[in-house]
Design a protein around this ligand. Structure first.
Ligand code: NAP
Length: 336
């Protein structure tokens, strides 16, 4: 298979049309198998995936160390094709608690120094604050990353979960390659004002939650038991009546997927790919099996009738439950 590529922004790098989100290999979806995570990264690179997404706070450095090991143990040609996309700024406690965000310029440079070491690289390809720090003007945070670009430690500047006004301010400060934000069949909020803004400004979307964290993957069931260290145990969309309702949407998607001879996950990922050349889905596969399924989405062709059938089965506002618990929603500049 030859991997298709897409550009991150009008001036950003060419990346594989699907990126690999590595978060679940370390944290937030319950226990993960480190060796399988590394094998999944190697398999992704072999398949032509170039974009590896992480955050320095995923397992408090664990995810960057894991990616660093995967890069070190990959054949040199594959290592060289890998592009790292790193989020910073989330403050954690030793017990894993969350303590807000820090986007001050000195903090930005401090975070970057540690990430470079953990990843074992001399530069980060795309660097972004995970959540806009309400106490620091975005111009200062982005300006600090721009200095890292000038110094060669960072190649491109990204944003994460920023709203339209913040995107404009950031883009007026420096060239922004992409906005990382939740976007998928049952998470369509960005279509109102954020997507028109990024399109006007030539900024791409690296979309996470394309499978709504597994909810619309076709593999999730109402009787699945989630540990306390699993984000989904606390996510409104995975609770009680919300979960039962959301799984009925999956049943509708399954009918369309089966008629096309593809899996539900492949249909959902193909839908995101079909929303525009500026959309790069980050798939959260943490096993080689899930990765293979995800990559199969690249071969799924959705015509206008398919897209209309999907839209009819799952209208834009069909999901029950917010995409984050209330406390986490408060940190989303994109929801203001
Ligand atoms: N900027 C931000 O605020 C932000 C927030 C969240 C994530 N992210 C980034 O985006 C990446 C992707 O996000 P996500 O993990 O929420 O995405 P996702 O792809 O919607 O969900 C991944 C989950 O779906 C399940 N799944 C079932 N079938 C799958 C398949 N064929 N391929 C992949 N996953 C499948 C996985 O299952 P199992 O439980 O079976 O492993 C995993 O728990 C993350 O790794 C992270 O790098 C960014």
């Amino acid at each position: 298979m030859t991997m298709r590529t897409r550009s991150l922004g009008t001036t950003g790098p060419q990346v594989s049309a699907l990126g690999l989100g590595c978060m679940g290999m370390s944290a937030l979806y319950g226990d993960a198998d480190r060796a399988e995570g590394i094998a999944t990264i190697h398999a992704a690179l072999e398949a032509g995936v170039t974009l590896l997404d992480t955050g320095d706070f995923y397992g408090m450095g664990h995810n960057e160390l894991l990616i660093g090991e995967a890069l070190r143990t990959a054949p040199p040609a594959l290592r060289e094709q890998a592009l790292t996309s790193v989020k910073f700024g989330a403050l954690r406690g030793p017990d894993g608690s969350w303590a807000g965000y820090d986007g001050r310029p000195a903090a930005v440079k401090n975070f970057a120094s540690y990430s470079l070491q953990r990843l074992g690289v001399d530069h980060i390809d795309v660097y972004r604050i995970a959540r806009v720090d309400p106490d620091v003007p975005i111009e200062e945070t982005v300006g600090a990353i721009a200095e890292l670009v000038e110094q060669g430690y960072v190649r491109h500047i990204g944003l994460s979960e920023a709203g339209a006004q913040t995107i404009r301010r950031a883009a007026a400060t420096a060239t922004v390659s992409d906005l990382q934000i939740e976007y998928g069949l049952i998470t369509r909020g960005i279509e109102q004002s954020i997507l028109p803004t990024t399109r006007e400004l030539g900024i791409s979307i690296t979309a996470y939650g394309v499978l709504s964290r597994g909810l619309i993957s076709g593999h999730f069931s109402a009787d699945r038991r989630l540990g306390a260290n699993d984000f989904r145990a606390h996510s409104p969309r995975f609770q009680g009546d919300n979960l039962r309702h959301n799984l009925t949407l999956v049943d509708e998607l399954r009918k369309i997927a089966e008629a096309k001879g593809v899996s539900v996950a492949q249909l959902a990922i193909a839908w995101a790919l079909a929303q525009g050349e500026d959309i790069v889905p980050l798939v959260g596969a943490r096993t080689r099996e899930r990765l293979t399924e995800s990559l199969g989405a690249l071969d799924v062709v959705l015509d206008a009738d398919d897209l209309a059938a999907i839209e009819a089965a799952v209208p834009a506002d069909a999901a029950a439950g917010e995409r984050y618990p209330a406390a986490a929603m408060e940190h989303l500049d994109s929801e203001r």
